[in-house]
Design a protein around this ligand. Structure first.
Ligand code: FAD
Ligand code: THG
Length: 829
């Protein structure tokens, strides 16, 4: 793993109801997550832990009870890879009665198509980026590792020696025993039926065998999460689906095998299959069948099913017809199976979320109620450690924002959305997914008031946060004719068009309109609003109404929670330009009672007019002064543009002259049309996010969640200019005071060859050794080179590096920032 710097853990901010004593914790669920959590909590001194499960221990009948336990650590998500790496590290040290909980047999993913072979190169890149050892191996080596393979079908494989098999029930026992020695209790056959609360805080749980008072309750209920969530009044966005697993009859080829498994766990993603050994049999898991959703509210209890053939609640009867094509595919790859057959099979249930990631964190509506759900065995120990740190120290030490319960928009928590997206995640589990690939359903979900105009202009929409977001407009195709752009490879050309280059250049040369409606807007108001914002941000807000300030939200240990703009619209009213729903969550958790925080995104809209002719476009529409003197950089003003009252803010994520223009949603179309008409004589064009991403990277503007997270301090991220240590105290200040010289920096790289393009998350090598990873990247159309930002040790400009892209080493050079317009001559005029 890339090392995160040791930061001082922050003391838990929540008052425990019984001062002086250890918090009482109830964990619901004794699967691999609940058991791991009890171990992690008690290790941190929280020994008053009670783990309750409705089923009998140690195998109470959840997904853990039958998981075949394959662990592949490599993932596009750095967070998930970190969770898995810790699981392997931890379970590798555990055993029960001399039987190890982890078998380090290695992992092997094979390709049978050219597209998959390329994808394995990309996955090898993720592994290198996140610090996982792995190598691409030829078909012959795959055959050596798995002699049953038909070598002629295989193009090559990706071998990760540190992966392997977890004995999940054993890992539960080992961790439960350790937790019990530290004081934890594990009680089987206790069904939680209610969550008790007072004053917005959890106070305990009710079971069929009595009540258990608690200061913290963690739902580690696996796919029953929504059921427990409902008891607490918390929407848990996960969908349980059944997934097929079979064991073959003994194979003569494996006769005499003594170990339970000795060959790498095998993935055949081209047909949605995976394989492991069970001594002389093969276990086969399939995601190839139709989605089989399960209603968690209708799952029978342990006792109801204990006499049925399936015996445990998380197992449904095997539907052989669904497995038939997978059996054919398995025989195609492993011809020895022809002489065998399926001995037993089942449809096992586990959780899928709208984005395929776990759901962890504390509910804001019910403090002290935590979720640790939709977690694979693979990630279980890592998730448990993060949740334990969060509970005990106030925050996880590693970045977990992509797993945070607070990441979901309201529209992403409806049962219909969860069902659509959860099903799609099942279908896509092993698919090759492009970083820009939009969801297919439900679309369109959220549209801005300009949607009809955008469609008329041939907008190519991708999706983010449920919003339809134009990436470029086909109407601008003529502008792209004759542009000399390097040819792109098929992958980099996906969800991209040369039209984006034309839109970016139009922003630098003339004037363009961007739909910024999806940019999250919060209104913060009240008599204490200023003091509150001053305390939770890094920049000095001691400026009057009409000012806009770029600033950071830090956590107590100095990590960047977000970067936002704060517009002071009146003495006690502010508009925040934010990044994700987690920002609102963060502010609400810190705000005093009398400060009102409202998300106004949905009822409002925003068009940005950017480019050297922006003033020529806007000024004739209004009597308000839009001159440089009358409307300075990073200022805000109420104004009238034609018939439309707007809030105008002079700033630009594109790094050009211009304004963000906000109005209410009902007037949005009128605003768009007004600007469009006025812009005709200036050659205005609509421009999309593809162009904007390029422009912001040329200008060095960071994107939170990609370029920096709470693992990074402002100084490491190159955002020290937004921190005013002399402004008085603020959240994170004390930690920054102690921060030493940065040991790594967010570094701008320019690719040497103007024809090369990378997309993000690729490993960066210095002197041939992995040294960091790309956070975001785009071709810079003004610069004529690809710009890539990367986390690297501090390096002087001019240092040579290379970026690995699908196995190719692309030369790149550390560049001086900002790459474009360092004198700010284009913005401040
Ligand atoms: P569970 O093990 O389901 O535990 C939740 C517990 O909560 C249950 O024991 C349940 O009884 C209890 N509970 C629920 N409601 C209540 C209540 N009201 N009161 C008291 N107790 C309650 N993952 C991998 O990493 N690798 C694999 O190879 C793999 N293969 C899989 C194969 C199959 C066929 C299946 C079905 C899953 C597989 N998984 C795999 C996924 C993995 O099994 C699960 O994600 C994981 O076990 C979930 O662990 P958990 O502790 O969250 O949930
Ligand atoms: N517009 C508004 N709010 C936002 C964004 C936006 N909030 C979230 C996100 N985007 C914040 N990101 C940035 C990044 C850079 C700048 C603005 C928002 C920016 N920086 C200048 C610079 O770095 O030179 C100015 C900094 C300064 O003067 O302090 O403009 O797009 N409303």
């Amino acid at each position: 793993m890339s090392q995160s710097p040791a930061r001082a853990p922050r003391p838990t901010p929540r008052p425990t109801p019984r001062p002086g004593s250890r918090p009482r914790v109830v964990v619901i669920g004794a699967g691999v997550v609940g058991c791991s959590l009890a171990d992690e909590l008690t290790e941190r001194g929280w020994s008053d832990v009670t783990v309750l499960d409705q089923g009998p221990l140690p195998a109470p009948g959840g997904s853990t009870s039958h998981a075949p336990g394959l662990v592949f650590r490599t993932s596009p998500s750095r967070t998930l890879t970190g969770f898995a790496a810790y699981t392997v590290e931890k379970f590798g040290t555990l055993e029960v009665d001399g039987v190890p909980c982890f078998q380090p047999v290695g992992g092997l993913e094979i390709a049978t198509t050219g597209e998959r072979w390329a994808e394995l190169h990309r996955r090898a890149g993720f592994a290198a980026s996140w610090g996982i050892r792995g190598e691409l191996v030829p078909a012959g080596r795959c055959k050596e590792l798995w002699p049953l393979l038909d070598e002629r079908k295989v193009l090559g494989g990706f071998l990760t020696p540190g992966d392997g098999l977890v004995r999940a029930v054993l890992a539960c026992r080992a961790q439960a025993a350790r937790a019990e020695r530290r004081g934890a209790r594990f009680l089987g056959r206790h069904t939680v039926t209610g969550i008790e609360r007072a004053d917005g805080r959890v106070t305990g749980v009710v079971t069929d065998r009595g009540a258990f008072p608690a200061d913290h309750v963690v739902s580690a209920a696996g796919f029953w999460g929504p059921v427990v969530g409902r008891m607490a009044g918390v929407d848990v966005p996960l969908l349980p689906l059944a997934h097929q697993y079979v064991r073959t009859r003994p194979l003569p080829e494996l006769a005499g095998a003594r170990a339970e498994a000795s060959r790498p766990v095998l993935r055949f993603q081209d047909r949605d299959l995976y394989f492991r050994e069970h001594t002389d049999r093969i276990g086969i898991g399939s995601y190839a069948h139709r989605p089989l959703p399960v209603d968690p509210f209708a799952v029978p209890s342990y006792d109801e099913v204990s006499t049925s053939p399936t015996r445990i609640p998380s197992v449904l009867p095997f539907t052989a017809e669904d497995f038939a094509p997978s059996w054919e595919d398995s025989r195609w790859l492993l011809p020895a199976l022809a002489g065998s057959g399926i001995d037993e099979g089942f449809n096992g249930v586990f959780s899928f979320t709208p984005d395929g990631l776990p759901v962890i964190g504390e509910s804001r509506a019910l403090r002290g109620f935590w979720l640790a759900e939709a977690v694979w065995v693979t990630h279980s120990a890592g998730v448990a450690r993060a949740v334990a740190e969060w509970m005990v120290e106030g925050r996880p030490r590693a970045d977990v924002h992509d797993c945070d319960l607070a990441r979901f928009e309201d529209v992403q928590r409806t049962p219909a959305y969860v069902a659509d997206r959860g099903t799609q995640q099942f279908i896509e589990v092993y698919d090759i997914v492009h970083p820009l690939q939009p969801m297919e359903r439900p679309r369109p979900l959220r549209v801005s008031p300009f949607h009809s105009r955008q469609r008329e202009l041939g907008a190519r929409f991708l999706e983010g946060g449920g919003w339809e977001r134009p990436h470029w407009y086909e109407a601008n195709a003529p502008l792209a004719e004759g542009l000399a752009l390097p040819e792109r490879d098929g992958w980099a050309a996906r969800h991209w068009s040369p039209i984006a280059a034309a839109e970016a250049l139009a922003t630098r040369e003339r004037v363009t309109m961007y739909d910024m409606t999806p940019l999250r807007r919060l209104e913060v108001s009240g008599p204490a609003a200023w003091a509150f914002l001053q305390r939770v941000t890094t920049n000095d807000l001691a400026r009057g109404p009409g000012t806009v300030t770029y600033t950071l939200l830090l956590d107590e240990s100095g990590g960047i929670r977000s970067d936002v703009t704060v517009a002071r619209l009146a003495d006690d009213r502010f508009q925040i330009g934010a990044n994700s729903p987690a920002d609102e969550d963060w502010l609400l958790r810190h705000a005093p009672e009398d400060t009102d925080i409202r998300d106004i995104t949905s009822g409002t809209c925003c068009v940005a007019v950017w480019g050297p002719l922006a003033r020529d476009l806007v000024q004739p529409l209004t009597r308000d002064d839009f001159s440089h003197r009358g409307f300075g950089y990073f200022r805000a003003k109420r104004a009238h543009l034609g018939h439309v009252p707007v809030t105008a803010m002079r700033l630009s994520y594109a790094g050009e002259l211009g304004w963000e223009l906000y109005t209410s949603a009902d007037l949005g179309l009128r605003l768009w049309d007004t600007l469009w008409e006025a812009g005709q004589r200036h050659g205005v064009v609509a421009a999309g996010r593809s162009a904007l991403n390029s422009l912001r990277l040329e200008k060095g503007y960071r994107a939170w969640g990609h370029d920096m997270t709470d693992e990074h301090t402002p100084y490491e991220a190159g955002l020290g200019f937004a921190v005013r240590m002399d402004k008085g105290d603020f959240v994170g200040r004390a930690a920054l005071e102690k921060a030493g010289e940065p040991r790594r920096r967010l570094t701008a790289l320019l690719l040497d060859d103007p024809a090369d393009v990378v997309l993000g998350k690729e490993p960066v090598y210095l002197d041939g050794a992995p040294a960091g990873y790309v956070t975001s990247a785009s071709y810079g159309y003004t610069l004529g080179r690809c710009v890539a930002y990367a986390w690297l040790p501090p390096l002087p400009a001019g240092t040579a590096a290379h970026i690995e892209y699908f196995g190719r080493a692309l030369p790149a050079t550390v560049a001086e920032e900002p790459l474009f317009d360092p004198g700010m001559s284009r913005i401040r005029r």
